[in-house]
Design a protein around this ligand. Structure first.
Ligand code: SAM
Length: 338
C-alpha cells in the first residue's frame, strides 16, 4: 500500500493545471497566427510552416513541439499534423464541441477582466456585459452559435411543434447580436420575431446583420431592458438563451414578471442556462463544469448562476410552473407555460 503524500498530490494537481493554461495559450497562437488553418490543409515541418506563414522559425518549432506534448498536434514520418478530432474542436465554428472561440476569449477579453479581480474582490466593482464594447458582444455571439443551432434544429421543434411552421410570435429576451433569431427566421419563414437587449452594442450588431440578411421586415430589434418591457399578451414563445444568469439579481423578478405578461395565455417560455450548487463538493462533478467555468470567468460582469431552487422560486413567483430538463448533462433547460 502506498502512503498518501498530500504535498505531492497537491503539487501534481497544480502543475497539471499549468499544462491546461499552456494548452490554451498554444491553441490561441495556433488560431491567431493561422497555424491550424495551414495544418488542416497540409502536414508540415517547422521549416515549411514558418515559411508558409512568414514566421520566426525557432518559435514555430517550439510551438509545434509543445503542441505535440499537449496532444494538439501529432508527429509522425518527420511531419506534423492536427491530432485526430482537433479540426472539429478548434476550427469547426458550427460544431457543438467547438472551443476555439473560448480559447481566444480567455486570453483576450477574459484575461483583461481577470486583471480587475483583485480590486473587484476588495470593492465589489462590476464591469457589466454591455460595458465591454462591440468586439466583445460579437465574440459572445460566436460562442453561443453552435448550441443555438442545436436548439433551433432539435429542441425547440420538440417543445413547440407544428406551430413554428404555421407561424407564431417569438420574443428573444437578451437577444445579443441576434444570431438566435436569424437562425429561427431562416428555419421558420411564417413566424414573426422580436429581440430585445440592454446591451446597445448587441442591438447595433443585430440591426446591421438583419439589414444585410434582408430580414429587417421580419425581425424587430429593440434596445430595452427586460425589466422595462411593456408587452402584454403578445407572444407565443419567449426564449432566453444564456441570459438568466446574466441578469442583475435585483432585476430578475421584474424581468420574469415582464416575460409572463408578454406571453399569451398558453404561451411557452424556453430558457437555456447553467445551474449552480450550494454544495461546493458537487461542483467538481462533470455536470457543473460549464457552470463553474461561466460563474468564475464572468464574476466581474456581476453574473450569478442560480441554484435549482433559486431558479424554480424565481419563475414560480412570476406565475410560472417550471419543467426542468438538461442538455448533455451540462446546460439546464427550463420550460414553462403561462
Ligand atoms: C451571454 S449573452 C447571450 C446573448 C444571446 N442570447 C446569445 O445567445 O448570443 C447575455 C445577454 O443578456 C443581456 N442582458 C443582461 N441583462 C439584461 C437585461 N436586464 N435586459 C435585457 N438583456 C439583458 C446581455 O446584454 C447579453 O446580451
Amino acid at each position: 500500500m502506498t502512503t498518501p503524500n498530500p504535498s505531492k498530490e497537491a503539487f501534481e494537481r497544480i502543475q497539471s493545471a499549468f499544462k491546461g493554461l499552456q494548452t490554451v495559450q498554444v491553441v490561441y497562437l495556433g488560431l491567431e497566427l493561422g497555424l491550424f488553418d495551414a495544418l488542416k490543409r497540409d502536414a508540415h515541418t517547422p521549416e515549411s510552416l514558418a515559411a508558409a506563414k512568414a514566421l520566426h522559425l525557432p518559435y514555430v518549432r517550439v510551438w509545434m513541439q509543445t503542441a505535440v506534448a499537449f496532444g494538439i498536434l501529432a508527429f509522425a514520418d518527420g511531419v506534423y499534423r492536427l491530432a485526430p478530432g482537433m479540426e472539429t474542436v478548434l476550427l469547426d465554428t458550427d460544431h457543438p464541441r467547438y472551443v476555439g472561440g473560448f480559447a481566444r476569449g480567455f486570453l483576450t477579453f477574459l484575461a483583461d477582466d481577470f486583471g480587475l479581480y483583485p480590486d473587484a474582490f476588495r470593492d465589489g466593482r462590476v464591469l457589466g456585459f454591455g460595458d465591454h464594447g462591440e468586439a466583445f458582444s460579437e465574440w459572445v455571439s460566436k460562442l453561443t452559435h453552435p448550441m443555438q443551432r442545436l436548439v433551433v434544429a432539435k429542441l425547440l421543434p420538440e417543445h413547440v411543434g407544428e406551430a413554428l411552421q404555421t407561424g407564431i410570435d417569438v420574443l428573444d429576451v437578451g437577444c445579443g447580436a441576434g444570431q438566435f433569431l436569424f437562425k429561427l427566421a431562416a428555419q421558420y419563414p411564417n413566424c414573426r420575431f422580436t429581440g430585445i437587449d440592454g446591451d446597445p452594442h448587441g442591438i447595433v450588431l443585430a440591426r446591421r446583420a438583419s439589414t444585410e440578411k434582408g430580414l429587417s421586415d421580419r425581425i424587430t430589434f429593440r434596445h430595452v431592458y427586460g425589466q422595462d418591457m411593456t408587452y402584454q399578451d403578445q407572444f407565443d414563445l419567449v426564449v432566453m438563451f444564456e441570459v438568466l444568469h446574466e441578469l442583475p439579481v435585483s432585476v430578475r423578478p421584474g424581468v420574469m414578471s415582464a416575460v409572463y405578461r408578454a406571453l399569451r395565455p398558453g404561451g411557452l417560455l424556453f430558457i437555456l442556462d447553467e445551474t449552480w450548487s450550494d454544495d461546493p463538493r458537487l461542483l467538481s462533478q462533470p455536470e457543473f463544469q460549464m457552470s463553474v467555468l461561466v460563474q468564475f470567468s464572468e464574476l466581474v460582469w456581476g453574473n450569478v448562476v442560480y441554484t435549482e431552487s433559486e431558479q424554480t422560486r424565481l419563475l414560480h413567483d412570476a406565475g410560472f410552473e417550471t419543467i426542468r430538463g438538461d442538455l448533455g448533462g451540462t446546460f439546464t433547460i427550463l420550460t414553462a407555460r403561462k
